[in-house]
Ligand binder design. Structure first.
Ligand SMILES: Nc1ncnc2c1ncn2[C@@H]1O[C@H](COP(=O)(O)OP(=O)(O)OP(=O)(O)O)[C@@H](O)[C@H]1O
Ligand SMILES: [Mg+2]
Length: 292
């Protein structure tokens, strides 16, 4: 499946984006586009520049240079019409500690023209039982769920989710995935960052792997895994572990199994696998940095 959706123009456009903090260039010429209805994942090690990029797209940080558009507008201008059409989960949040969950979500809903139903959104993120609790007293995972509720309640066209499920228990993470899939089914566009590669694999139509402020790979999660290397064939023979990469596992399996059989041997634990997104990610992000 190709990740790029044919329908219309890009909802998010980033071209040669750069951002320096003093002498440190955190984003070094990033370019990518996200189409309407797409879930696009930004992956990369701590400090790669993901939050910087997302916050520039949200209008929360100024870029040093480059071109950025969200829904056809420059988010740097912070036009209220644009801000009303986007929803945000910040990496660090904790707004409104003194308000209850219901009060916080209602307050946020009131800032939007056509909000979703407050109770429904609270139920969607699994906070119904905590709805009268003050936000400041929520557990870590519960307060992340509140962040997600605040992003959803305005019924935005575009969602920026910066590590939206960090601290979620496994069931809550699955529930959040279902919510994000529902958003995509409604034609919403989602830009998300995550350190959970299973999350990227499960949700993202395409991912970009970012390292030191540069894009080092982009594609559908399955294509990235498949494109990087071929197949890996592994087996044990007389106590020794063998592992080979090949473009043509049929030929390789035929050869090694025929040789083994002709000697009356067995290949133990024979497996054929493809590199996972995690293999590709680690291969691209843990190599020694190439000097700029
Ligand atoms: N306000 C700031 N002032 C100075 N440097 C900053 C600021 N914000 C971020 N940086 C630096 O910019 C780089 C990119 O940071 P950023 O927060 O974008 O990374 P990230 O990819 O989101 O990382 P993480 O996975 O840890 O969230 C880091 O080296 C960070 O120290
Ligand atoms: Mg970050």
């Amino acid at each position: 499946m190709m990740g790029v959706v044919a329908s219309g123009r890009a909802v998010i456009e980033v071209a040669d984006l750069r951002k320096s903090y003093g002498p440190h260039e955190a984003v070094r010429g990033l370019s990518f586009t996200v189409s309407r209805g797409e879930v696009y994942g930004l992956l990369g090690p701590n400090g790669a520049g993901k939050t910087t990029t997302v916050e520039i797209l949200e209008g929360h940080r100024r870029r040093t240079s480059g071109h950025v558009q969200v829904l056809g507008s420059d988010p740097g201008k912070r036009a209220p019409e644009l801000l009303a059409r986007i929803g945000i989960v910040l990496q660090q949040c904790g707004l409104y500690p003194h308000l209850t969950v219901t009060e916080a979500v209602s307050h946020w809903a009131g800032l939007h023209a056509a909000p979703r139903d407050v109770d429904e959104v609270i139920a969607l993120v699994g906070l119904t039982d905590a709805r009268e609790q003050r936000s400041g007293t929520l557990s870590g995972g519960q307060s992340r769920r509140l962040d997600l509720a605040l992003a959803l309640v305005g019924d935005p066209e575009v969602l920026f989710l910066d590590e939206p499920t960090t601290g979620f228990d496994p069931a809550a993470r699955r529930a959040a995935w279902a919510t994000i899939r529902d958003l995509r089914a409604l034609g919403k566009t989602v830009l998300l960052t995550t350190h959970y590669l299973d999350e990227a694999q499960a949700l993202a139509d395409r991912v970009a792997i970012i390292k030191d402020g540069r894009l080092v790979a982009e594609g559908a999660p399955a294509e990235l895994g498949a494109g990087a290397a071929s197949y890996r064939v592994a087996y044990r023979l007389e106590g020794t572990h063998y592992e080979q990469e090949t473009e043509d596992p049929t030929e390789l399996l035929h050869r090694v199994t025929a040789e083994a059989l002709s000697r009356g041997q067995r290949l133990d634990g024979l497996s054929v696998t493809r590199p996972t997104l995690e293999d590709v990610y680690l291969g691209l992000t843990t190599e020694e940095a190439v000097p700029a």
